[in-house]
Write a protein that binds this ligand. Structure first.
Ligand code: ADP
Length: 533
């Protein structure tokens, strides 16, 4: 905090303190004077709790300054000194009991925090009342009875003032060293403020010095505000409502018999609102914590999937990289010949670039998925994705004498998907089929990629006429590390399933009665969701 900001804060506090102390009307209590609505010591309490021990000397100086202004410091120095010491002690109680927890959610926004706050309030009010009683004894050697009555009245007055005003200081948020109170004005907030003002006017303005019949009506806007805005709303409303009796006392003067009754009701209102506010805030904090846990869990799951993907994709990347290296070496050999065929070299190099681009796409897709947990979706023609995937598996299939075919993909409506990831699914499924066929040595081996429209999804099937899925893996096909291949990792299908679920699709498999395995998956149509398209 810069010195200028400190000076401004100190000045604002001092100004408010002096205004509150000087404006508070004085009543006679059994021959002794008492201020029923003095907000000044409560301001010091809240101020010290929020801003820290640095300001304790000022909470001692402020009452002395106020006594100097009204002349009582010079005429009765000892009681004034005692009062200033008690106010600084009250502020110290707030500072050392509430402040260590103030920047944590465990403070007044939790029920435990409210109990701690009221304990500190009672302790500080007791110290203030004792000092006031002792001061009165020093001032005039009276009986102890009226002094006790005065101390009792002062205790109640401080309890109400601190209970109503200090919570606002405790809900102020500290951000980058600054203290803030953020509330966005909405129509509901305006209505709440209106309801509070009208009812407060009815309660405090209309029936002043008569019996306070309609006080219970105030519970209505308070319950509304506390349930909608939690402890922040309750604290702000309490602060505002305290001004009502203060202003009416200044303007019209309260008669003694209504004061105690009004104070007790205000205290009940403060306790009820703060407890209700804490319950609502605590529930919200629990929801926020729960959300944070879920985000953490989702991140962890994503990392897990990402790790699985990374292991399997290392395998996928290996193939285009090896191909790119072979192609580049072939191009070099062509260039070294005495009369290089530049056109052929160019086409070989272009093929090499294609392979490297594919590696880039795979890596980008994985990085995006792991970092943000979101995928870049776009409209895609299923036939384009299948063509690209089949092109990449072609060499392996050709080497094993297996033909790759596609059927019914041209006429399908576009789907909404992450291009690289769906290509990866098709590559995994097709390569699995190719590998199964090449081991089985089936006559006329063929892998068929076909598609059809099923309601509002596209269903793609990858089938082969190989030996089919073995009983060993059939029930756990999509679990990680389930494999029948000596060098297999058993991750391909579990990754395909994760990718499709992230696309709100499904993946399942079955054996074909005539022999062979068939894998089906679904993807939503672009027209159904179309976020990008
Ligand atoms: P991997 O290929 O590393 O074994 P996958 O998760 O891709 O991991 O496959 C798991 C297992 O599923 C394979 O080991 C194989 O036994 C079986 N499988 C997958 N596709 C086929 C298929 N088209 N025909 C027969 N078995 C298959």
């Amino acid at each position: 905090m810069t010195w200028l900001r400190r000076a401004l804060i100190g000045f604002a506090y001092l100004l408010l303190y002096l205004a509150a102390d000087q404006l508070a009307p004085t009543h006679l209590e059994g021959g002794n004077s008492l201020q029923a609505w003095n907000a000044a010591p409560a301001l010091s309490f809240g101020f010290a709790a929020r801003f820290g021990p640095f300001w304790l000397p000022l909470t001692f100086a402020a009452p002395l300054l106020s006594c100097l202004l009204d002349g009582s410091l010079l005429s009765l120095p000892l009681p004034s000194l005692l009062n200033a010491m008690a106010q600084a002690a009250g502020a110290a109680i707030a500072c050392f009991t509430l402040r260590p927890r103030i920047d944590q959610p465990s403070q007044i926004k939790r029920l435990k925090g409210v109990f701690l706050f009221f304990s500190a309030t009672v302790a500080a009010s007791l110290v203030l009342a004792l000092a006031q009683g002792s001061g009165e004894m020093l001032r005039q050697a009276t009986d102890t009875k009226p002094v006790l009555a005065l101390a009792g009245g002062a205790f109640l007055a401080h309890l109400v003032a601190i209970g109503s005003l200090a919570p606002l200081f405790l809900v102020l948020k500290r951000q980058k060293g600054r203290v803030r109170f953020h509330i966005s004005i909405s129509a509901e907030i305006v209505l709440q403020a209106l309801a509070l003002t009208v009812i407060a006017w009815e309660v405090f303005g209309q029936f002043i010095n008569a019996e306070i019949h309609f006080f219970y009506l105030l519970f209505l806007p308070f319950a509304w505000i506390a349930t909608r805005h939690g402890q922040k709303g309750a604290a702000l409303a309490l602060f505002a409502i305290y001004l009502a009796p203060l202003i009416t006392d200044i303007l019209f003067g309260h008669s003694d018999h209504v004061i105690v009754e009004m104070q007790i009701r205000m205290l009940v209102l403060a306790v009820t609102s703060l407890l209700l506010g804490a319950m609502v805030s605590e529930k919200r904090l629990a929801e926020i914590e729960m959300q944070a846990r879920q985000t953490e869990l989702a991140h962890f799951q994503r990392m897990n999937i990402g790790w699985e993907m990374a292991s399997a994709l290392a395998h996928e990347i290996n193939q285009p990289l090896t191909a790119a290296m072979n192609l580049t070496q072939a191009a070099l050999r062509l260039l070294k010949s005495p009369s290089p065929d530049l056109e052929r070299t160019q086409s070989v190099m272009r093929m090499s670039v294609d392979k490297i681009e594919r590696v880039g796409q795979i890596i980008h897709g994985l990085r995006d998925f792991m970092r943000k947990g979101e995928m870049t979706l776009s409209r895609n023609a299923m036939s384009d994705l299948a063509d690209e995937a089949l092109r990449l598996v072609e060499a392996e299939a050709n080497a094993a004498g297996i033909s790759l075919k596609s059927l019914g993909l041209q006429g399908l409506p576009p789907i909404i998907a992450n291009k690289t990831q769906i290509e990866q699914v098709l590559i995994n499924l097709t390569r699995n089929a190719v590998q199964s066929l090449s081991l089985a040595k089936t006559p006329d081996p063929v892998v068929l990629v076909s598609g059809k429209l099923e309601g509002d999804v596209v269903q793609i099937s990858v089938s082969d006429n190989g030996p089919g899925l073995s009983a060993e893996v059939l029930g756990r096909l999509f679990e990680p590390f389930v494999t029948t291949k000596p060098s297999g990792m058993g991750l391909g299908l579990s990754i395909c399933k994760s990718i499709l679920e992230a696309h709100e699709g499904r993946l399942w498999a079955e054996n074909v009665p005539q022999g062979g395995a068939i894998f089906h998956f679904t993807l939503p149509l672009a027209e159904c969701e179309a976020p990008n398209g």
